[in-house]
Unconditional design. Sequence first.
Length: 323
Amino acid sequence: MKPRVQVTREVFDEVLDYLAEHFEVSANQSDAPFTPVELAEHLADKHGALTVLTDRVDDALLARCPNLKAVCNIAVGFNNIDLKACSARGVLATNTPGVLDSATADFTWALILATARRLTEAEAWLRAGEWHGWKLKQFLGQDVAGATLGIVGLGRIGQAVARRARGFDMKVLYFNRKRVDADIEREFGATYAPLDTLLAESDIVTLHTPYSPATHHLIGAQQLARMKPTAMLIHAARGGVVDDAALIEALKSGKIAAAGLDVFESEPKLNPAFLRFKNVVLAPHIASSTHRTRFNMAMLAARNLVAALTTGKPPNLLNPPAN
Ligand code: GLV
């Protein structure tokens, strides 16, 4: 008998076909997110799960799924999965690193440019029929070329953002938990700076750290107060890295000039104050959302699931092999 797996949200048909070669597949193609209770019900008799970042996989859930051997997340972030609990219960957990670096870096640049040049504000104004003529001082924005870019988190995505900064002749500072090797610094033209220095000197601060207890509210009131009043914050990492309430205060009081945001605490319920700022560009957590990238993410997660349940050695294993 084939192992049983659950796909928790809508995926591409090719991914389901591939899984069906190996497993008895239950798919939630209606795409309605499972509540925690529904998730537990659906996983109770399954051997594997293809999950997304909105599925919380914790010990309480695992306790109800005695057959579960693998949880394969369609995301590079895995803060929705309790790795310790997975290890303790013999469940392999995986993510999808690498395949979304370019799309996420491209989108980061979309946010940088749209925020600096007030694109969404200008578009809304035009659509509202407010444009009655060209003016020299219309929608004056900030220069990106020649500015100082501060990258918080110089992992794969941060590096892809740095690579793109070359075309804009920028000075690039970075802060990372661990300073990267000198040859990587040279390759990306990035200079290490302590976080406080990076915040004080950058015109554009962009965040690319994973979310964990260590990075919870990494950017809060104190950090925002160190930024230049002309600077902007770009956030396409994970809700929770920024203290959203502190960011709203910083925008209200003019401590920073603008923000471009793809992720939020408690998303999709973002703080309504964000909707009122004209100087904030908002997006609904779509940084990796291109046809090719989302397909590759789902397929990589499926490959992880097949490997996890057949060889016990998925390519993107996150937790130490369980005993
Ligand atoms: C998306 O947010 C991801 O973590 O892949």
